[in-house]
Design a protein around this ligand. Structure first.
Ligand code: MN
Length: 457
């Protein structure tokens, strides 16, 4: 692996100009930013572009420009082969085949390391950066943000494998600290009741999705939700208050029969970026990643990139305003879906937002809606939105108790999408598909068949 990293480093050092092509999401943004910083420090001329996916059109466009060297980050493994179209290096972590094992391609999968869990695109890019110059240790913090952006901390409630080594680098460089804390999103910036209201992994029985219940949980424990005029955030609580809330949630889960696996998930590792201001999104790796995602989702990746490169002024403000807009769109999306109405069938419930919810956020809206107190909790939920004039995005979310009974939405949605010439996949609890417009009924039919099959076998 070290040899491969050295081989990529040498190609960078030998080149006179590098063009970076990266993925549009939090991991891609941080990967791109690590590459840019690395080249800046080498005083090597460079440019960067962002793409949704690497297809033939993009490859042709890049080819025509005749760059001295192209650096693909958080994508590119799909184009690695023995006869590259042009001089390139690739730092990616998406699954890849053995015949992509070529000297200019670094991907953890090639070395028997699970790239969906142990290393992100930003992490892979960071490993090359650090091989070029150990002084690039400080860029490890961005690699941790990238890993959180790809939800690599979700499975075990913390980052593992090569990601852990990167955290160690970040601690040594004094740019990051890790702590064991509540795993819910928004420790730094959300009012506590909001954090509890939006808690979804694990859900808090009778509290998730209910603002008033979240507020009364706090008052029942005699924990003030406000300090003067300001809502208190998780970081404003003292240790004893935190402990009371955590054990209360644990009790609620146990009395509702959730078991110890769910209880353990209340607590996880959090990563604080020490050079950032506490109470600002950038101080927490998960919130940083969400901030970046809300720039990328709306096509404003330049803003996200400038934030990663250190702008704490104009671009940070723009990113925060996009995040507010994003949150607003989510709340509005839930309202739209409720107005459209959720239709129930035997093995599925669904809503169709048509053009009124962006296809890039319909998945999150579906998730929020499934956790809403008014939504039935005994059926998987599918949200449809128009992706283009000919395509429909379908997002599916399942309640945890159905997953525990053997429901795997990644299989359900892949099979159902295939039936209508679409394509789908994902995780057991959350999955998505793109299907031809007008095929929704046939898709739902196949979806129900497979859910029924999985739950009865
Ligand atoms: Mn990635």
């Amino acid at each position: 692996m070290l040899e491969r990293l050295r081989s990529l480093s040498e190609r960078i050092l030998k080149s006179s100009y590098v063009h970076i092509v990266t993925h549009i999401d939090a991991d891609g943004l941080t990967a791109g930013a690590i590459a840019v910083q690395t080249l800046r420090r080498l005083e090597k001329p460079h440019t960067i572009e962002f793409v949704k996916q690497l297809d033939a059109t993009i490859m042709d466009q890049v080819h025509e420009k005749q760059y001295d060297l192209v650096w693909f980050t958080d994508l590119g493994s799909s184009v690695a082969n023995k006869n590259p179209m042009f001089p390139m290096i690739i730092t990616d972590h998406h699954s890849c085949t053995k015949d992509s094992d070529v000297p200019y391609h670094f991907n953890p999968h090639l070395f028997g390391i699970d790239g969906s869990l142990q290393l992100s695109g930003a992490g892979a890019t960071y490993l090359v950066s650090k091989t070029i110059d150990p002084n690039n240790f400080d860029l490890s913090a961005l690699a941790v943000v990238g890993a959180c952006g790809d939800l690599q901390n979700m499975k075990y409630g913390k980052l593992v494998g090569l990601n852990e080594d990167i955290i160690t680098d970040a601690q040594k460089a004094r740019v990051m600290e890790k702590q064991v804390d509540i795993s819910y999103f928004g420790r730094e910036t959300r009012p506590i009741y909001k954090m509890l209201q939006y808690a979804n992994d694990p859900i808090i029985p009778h509290v998730s999705g209910r603002e008033s219940a979240a507020l009364s949980l706090l008052s029942s424990l005699h924990i003030p939700s406000k300090d003067g005029k300001n809502w208190r955030r998780w970081i404003d609580l003292c240790t004893n208050e935190k402990r009371m809330i955590v054990s209360h949630i644990a009790q609620l889960l146990l009395t509702k029969g959730f078991g110890h696996t769910a209880v353990k998930r209340i607590i996880g590792e959090s990563y604080s970026l020490l050079k950032e201001t506490p109470g600002v999104e950038l101080h927490d790796a998960k919130e940083y990643a969400t901030l970046l995602n809300s720039t990328a989702r709306y096509g404003q990746y330049e803003i996200g990139l400038q934030v990663c490169l250190g702008d704490r002024d104009e671009y940070l403000k723009k990113a925060q305003s996009l995040l507010r807009g994003h949150r607003h769109n989510l709340v509005e999306g839930v309202q739209i879906a409720k107005t459209e109405g959720i239709e129930q069938r035997d093995y599925v419930q669904f809503f169709h937002a048509k053009k009124s919810i962006r296809d890039t956020i319909v998945g999150i809206v579906t998730n929020m809606l499934l956790n809403d107190e008014e939504t039935r909790n005994d059926l998987p939920l599918v949200g449809f939105a128009e992706k283009s004039d000919t395509e429909i995005k379908a997002s599916a979310r399942a309640p945890q108790h159905l997953v525990n009974k053997g429901l795997d939405l990644s299989i359900v949605i892949r099979k159902a999408a295939l039936q209508v010439n679409g394509i789908g996949g994902g995780h057991n609890i959350a999955a998505g598909a793109t299907i031809p417009k007008g095929k929704e009924e046939a898709f739902l039919h196949a979806f129900e068949e497979e859910v029924k099959h999985q739950l009865s076998s």
